[in-house]
Design a binder for this molecule. Structure first.
Ligand SMILES: [Zn+2]
Length: 328
């Protein structure tokens, strides 16, 4: 049995949506929207599942590794990191492809691998869901970035009191509209702690100046009533023209949304693969290094569907990947 003594590091990432992001549920209609996005089952706030983050980062890490080592061989055979170690890991019908599962493969050790009867490996990095931290809403004052106590809890490390039907800001002010909602504006006591914590994670001055806090319940309403909903048509590949009756709508997390997620990196020393020590990465820091390098690709290659429609790019903010804890 592998030694699974607990030894890990947790890093928090904060990222800014440069485009609308659509991570779909793969079906189900919601009201007038054909293609819905994934939501937290309790709060109903949209999120990006950790499995989606792990999936794209795996592919980007494999691309980076393939660029560095284009001629890798395993057991005397050509075995490219990309595409073999990216993706789902199931071999093709001719037997090629599939995860290599080698202890010196940074992709298979960090992200895990699937391998038929011989079982698999869960991977040394684990991804939380990416939650909405700050959500942009148009108001008569210009864009305001809305957040709530629930979203802030892990960022500022102290409770935030924001109850009821009000918007909490730095000072009292005249009522403000958030979409169709007109709400009184009240002063929030812990304002400086919040803005300092956000700035420390790379959130810009422009956004922290336009911050507004609402209750957790109201946050869910505000986010869900201000998602991006676009209408598009399916194109017939044969004629290049719009297909008859092929108008469809899809929703997305809007550009300017700030998301937050964590990556937990385990210590490779405590794991063995096929009775061999892991050699691709030697410490939780090296596991995190593989994840961090792949994360920079999110800004160019994006996450989620509709990438060909200019969607999905996510910039990891400077200071956004912060080490927040570890345990032995
Ligand atoms: Zn591999």
């Amino acid at each position: 049995m592998p030694d699974t003594a607990r030894s890990f590091q947790v890093s928090r990432y904060v990222g800014l949506a440069l485009d609308p992001i659509h991570v779909g549920t793969g079906g189900s209609r919601l009201g007038r929207v054909d293609l819905t996005i994934v939501r937290d089952p309790v709060t109903r706030v949209p999120k990006i599942p950790g499995s989606s983050l792990a999936g794209v980062l795996r592919a980007y890490a494999a691309m980076a590794q393939q660029d560095k080592h284009p001629n890798r061989q395993v057991n005397g055979k050509q075995k490219p990191y990309y595409p073999d170690c990216a993706g789902q890991g199931q071999p093709k019908q001719d037997g090629t492809g599939g995860h290599c599962g080698q202890p010196d493969c940074p992709i298979c050790t960090v992200f895990g691998f699937a391998r038929g009867d011989a079982g698999g490996f869960a991977g040394l990095a684990a991804f939380s869901d990416a939650h909405v931290l700050l959500f942009p809403v148009a108001t008569r004052e210009g864009p305001v970035w809305v957040t709530c106590p629930d979203s802030l809890r892990d960022i500022i490390g102290q409770p935030v009191e924001a109850d009821g039907e009000a918007i909490y800001r730095e000072v009292d002010g005249s009522p403000l509209n958030l979409g169709w909602l007109m709400l009184p504006v009240k002063k929030l006591g812990v304002w400086d702690s919040i803005t300092q914590a956000l700035k420390a994670r790379g959130v810009t001055e422009e956004i922290t100046r336009a911050l507004a806090v609402v209750s957790d319940k109201l946050f869910s309403h505000v986010v869900n009533s201000n998602l991006e909903v676009r209408t598009s048509v399916s194109i017939d590949p044969g004629t290049g023209a719009a297909e008859e009756g092929a108008l469809f709508t899809y929703e997305a997390i809007p550009r300017g949304t700030v998301l937050s997620w964590t990556v937990t990196c385990r210590d490779p020393k405590h794991f063995r693969i096929g009775n061999q020590a892991v050699t691709a990465v030697r410490s939780p820091e090296e596991v995190h290094g593989v994840v961090r390098r792949a994360s920079t690709y999110l800004e160019h290659l994006g996450i989620g569907g509709m990438g060909t429609r200019g969607m999905g790019r996510l910039r990891v903010l400077q200071g956004g990947a912060q080490h927040i804890g570890e345990a032995l």
